[in-house]
Design a protein around this ligand. Sequence first.
Ligand code: BGC
Length: 881
Amino acid sequence: MTAADLRIEHLDDPLGIGSTEPRLSWRATTGQAAYEIEIRHGDGDIATSGRVDSTASHFQSWPSRPLASRETADIRVRLWEADGVGPTAWSEPLRVEAGLLASTDWTADWVSPSTAASHDGARPAYLLRATYDVVGEVRLARIYATAHGVFDLEMNGCRVGDDVLAPGWSSYRHRLRYRTRDVTSVLRPGRNAVGVWLADGWYRGRLGFNGGLWDNYGTDVAALVQVEVEDDLGRRTVPLTWSWAPSPITATGLYEGESHDARLDIAHWSEPDFDDAAWIPASILPPQAATGALESPTGPPVRVVDVLTPTEIVTRPDGRILIDFGQNIAGKIRLGVAGCDGTPIEIHHAEVLENGELATRPLRSAASVDVYTPRGDEPSTWTPRFTLHGFRYAEVRGLPAGGTLLSAEGLVVHSDMTRAGWFSTSDPLLDRFHQNVVWSMRDNFVDLPTDCPQRDERLGWSGDIQVFAPVATYLYDSAGVLQNWLRDLASEQAEFGSVMNFHPWIECGFPGDPAAAWGDAAVIVPWELYRSTGDVGILRDQFESMRAWVEQVHALTGQTGHWSTGFQLGDWLDPAAPPDRPGDSRTDPRLVATAYHAKSARLAAEAAHLIGQPDAAADLGRMAERAVAAFREHYVSPAGLVVSDTVTALSVAIIFDLLRDDAQRRAAGARLAELVREGDHRIQTGFVGTPLVCDALATTGHADTAYHLLLQTETPSWLFPVTMGATTVWERWDSLLPDGSVNPGEMTSFNHYALGAVADFLHRVVGGLQLVEPGWSRVRVAPQPGGGLESASTAHLSPFGLIGVQWRRADGRLVVEVDVPPGVTAEIVLPSPQAAPIEVGEGVHRFACAYRPADADPPRPRRWNIHNPEERRQMIEAGVL
Ligand code: BGC
């Protein structure tokens, strides 16, 4: 037995951490009864926790003095087993190093090559360079760096780090993240050089819809680079004097695309001996121009995480080359060409084809065109540096006669999170749907959770991640990315006095008014993170934000609990809403708003209780009671019918536990199943109802109806896009219409994860793996087979290790196999009335029970036409009349 996989906070990279007393986690390879943590500080000080009798192995407190800026420490853990065996050998040490923790640690200047620029189009990128000398042997070298804009670093001609679009997008007015890099091995004796590629990015480039806005955070682009070395003169920050030059990137924007003229490439520009006499001195920004607190990242950087090769390349008669990567991605293309003569080559991008041509209308004003001008005819490979596209297809235009496309690759770009969740079944369509959900998550986790990766939007819409959070935390270790986003949400909520509908917020014409389901992200996302990680610290950090949202809504209800006034997005994108009015849902938005208020108030009350704030828990609990009472008073009939009488209204009432008793639940469930059948088992829900409807059916005894809805292939349904060849989840049920044309609605993305939120049902109910205790220490394995599926499996990489469930039907029996890691208890609930629940611990377990598939859910009930004599005759025959 050992303690393995030591980790601090939610970080994979322990270099440059931002906390002085980071919490520690590990995985015990067999049952743990006690532990000891040892901290060996860089200066030789040693502290230990002593033996702590506890089975807890996650987020344990730092048992030593706080770390100072730049300080290193080696952490080791040893364990004792339940029967007193131990201690084990010490774990492998984990070396952590603190970043720059105080603003006074930053002594470098903000330097800028461009303190303002006109915005009649995408602006160029810049190069900045500086040299410095080291004396004698270099024992250590670090770069701490960030930018107004996006940047790449070089040192002595080598790229430093492999992150893309650093420092990412945060609410820069409040927080700006910096990177810490170890460059010890890159330094040379004597003279060294550091270089920066710098462009607008989210800081100064065009952002937002309705034309968007330029200069959202400032008019400058600038870099903050502090190089610290330890050489014969000791540890010190080296003085840097910066100069700049135009780069070969003549224009670059996140929406616009990038133009690179390789004839302007500057060889060796980041090397020490380069002659920079013609370069221009960089401006030094006044200290007050620096925005927001400098913070170390809470999650992984954005990287190129995958490289796709084309599934098809077609050269058209007019010379255009259409490349299909077979998968809709967020990323960029890498091209290899030869035989070119210095004419610009254009690369256009699109998610789908319409009539064989790139369908670019859904991109709205995001042109997404890259232009590469090779230097000459020698072979060269190029990829844009500071732009990103949402695309499956790319079209190369303008390759000159005699030019050759040597290679084309699709570089997949997103936050480099660890994969944590898997699911598959015997149904290939359902499996492809699940893969589409995974892809839409990947494509929309480029540093922050966004709505879509392709059009002039790509914003951190709060409603989208609110509904998707349970899936996001299951599929990937997304805690670090979401924690970062929640900090922005809380900072801007404090600034504006409300949770905005997307964060970071930009004023591009969308109402900032509070809206249910969107603003509720302030409560529900931290809650989901707590559930999936067991980290109460996230609730502690976010609590003021959670409480402020609930109190704000309580005030908006006039203390009645009934949220009946103001702006709402409601059950956004109900398929019955006209293409140009996506908010016109069948379900009363006030019902949705009141239901969400009840849900959030309850969760915030529970959070208050968990973090030891009983008074706040009591206050919030009262608000919750009022909201539940208001919901019942206004929307629920005594018999359990729900006003609006829609699939969403009933699902919300059932899943948010807003009904009075079992009788009402049964009645609501029965009516829900009836509505779903009457709707021909097609989707009748938008953002709010879609994640809930299958669960609402299954928990009220209508799993067969849920399966029928789940496996529907006619539009609107989850599987219709799959039958149309989708490789990601679409924004609209019919983003592509059955005839293959693109939906005329203004909002028609092919890569929105929100409607993929049903994957949570796939993991928990179809696969059967349900979290019981936050952090996965206790799970319930309760698959509910159905829909004719022969088998299903799901697995989650929990903080304790991989938990797996798989079931298959064989000869009238159901066989269930469960893989339980140490530290996890699983309750097994087989789908048979005879099978009593069983509790198991670590190991691989196999169970079986008699199983007969439920009768298939009846099809849509016949609707009779009473005016038709023939139908009247049939009605008499059928006993209806
Ligand atoms: C986004 C959605 C978002 C919605 C709310 C859209 O433009 O793409 O996903 O939640 O607006 O208004």
